[in-house]
Design a protein around this ligand. Structure first.
Ligand SMILES: N[C@@H](CCC[C@H](N)C(=O)O)C(=O)O
Length: 286
């Protein structure tokens, strides 16, 4: 009698935003990657445990309309099984996987639901640093987020996926932001597909820190697109954008899981720099 089917996987993270990586070149191994399978893989007690899944699939097999742009497509899923357009920490881990598997060379073009992203690597081994060109940020206006009886103004920044960036006085989980167990209440008209919410404090000149509640994953240790959104909102609030200064502007963004650097360039692109680490590989029957 045949035993249960096993599938190879890897586990990786970027500033402790962690992912299960599944290689599925032709899109035939994992089919439609049903939400319940993603939830099982991401379960931190009964599964491998992760904030999301990165399925590595050939663009021609999954998104043929983008096949001219990149050989590989990042099929990203949140821990609850939902689909997102983009993942900034994930795209660096995805690039590291392709490079280590000998499936690409740097710079690595990667097709995503938010269009083409290109990842460049500097250095080798554990000290390697990855920079993802995240494209043009869109600052779409103001909204509000609410937790219990606290509310904050928030800036809607689109990084391919939706973000609400709220500046707060204190990130302490015992303070008004709290433990971020439930999604902050947000304006459903402004964010019809849900939203990632970043709570941001200023630490110094061109230096911010944030916590994030991610759509579909809850509070995570880091969010790359969220760090980009926080930087853009902070630079706008400080009148410190490349459009004003005439130069590229770089901010340090501290997250609970590490440090990211975000550069907003004079040609209106956002570059996200940080680590990408592969920590394990194995076989799963999930
Ligand atoms: N952690 C990611 C973002 C993942 C997707 C997000 N939860 C969404 O639903 O848009 C990042 O590093 O950007």
């Amino acid at each position: 009698m045949a035993g249960p089917t096993s599938y190879p996987f890897l586990k990786g993270h970027g500033t402790e935003n962690d992912f299960v990586v599944l290689l599925d070149p032709d899109g035939t191994v994992h089919g439609d990657l049903a939400p319940e399978r993603v939830r099982a893989l991401c379960d931190r007690r009964a599964g491998i445990g992760a904030d999301g899944v990165l399925r590595v699939v050939r663009t021609i097999a999954y998104a043929p309309e983008q096949a001219g742009e990149a050989e590989w497509f990042m099929d990203y899923r949140n821990a609850d099984g939902s689909v997102s357009e983009m993942c900034g920490n994930g795209v660096r881990v995805f690039a590291r996987f392709l490079l280590e598997a000998g499936l690409a060379t740097s710079p690595v073009p990667i097709a995503t639901r938010a269009g083409l992203k290109t990842v460049t690597v500097d250095g080798t081994g554990p000290m390697a640093v990855f920079t993802a060109d995240m494209g043009q940020p869109k600052v779409l206006g103001a909204s509000q987020v609410t937790i219990e009886h606290h509310f904050w103004q928030a800036t809607h920044v689109d990084m391919g996926n939706p973000h609400a960036v709220a500046f707060v006085d204190d990130l302490d989980p015992h303070g008004p932001v709290g433990p971020l167990v439930d999604p902050p209440v947000h304006d459903e008209d402004e964010y019809p597909d849900g939203v990632n919410v970043e709570f941001v404090v200023t630490r110094g000149e061109r230096h911010v820190a944030m916590r994030v509640h991610e759509r579909g994953s809850g509070e995570t240790r880091s969010c790359g697109t969220g760090a980009c959104a926080a930087m853009v909102a902070a630079a706008e609030a400080a009148a410190d954008t490349p459009a004003i200064t005439g130069q590229d502007v770089t901010y340090r963004v501290d997250v609970p899981g590490g440090v990211l650097a975000v550069t907003w360039t004079t040609d209106d692109r956002v570059l996200l720099t940080g680590p990408a680490v592969l920590v394990a590989e194995g076989e799963t029957q999930l």
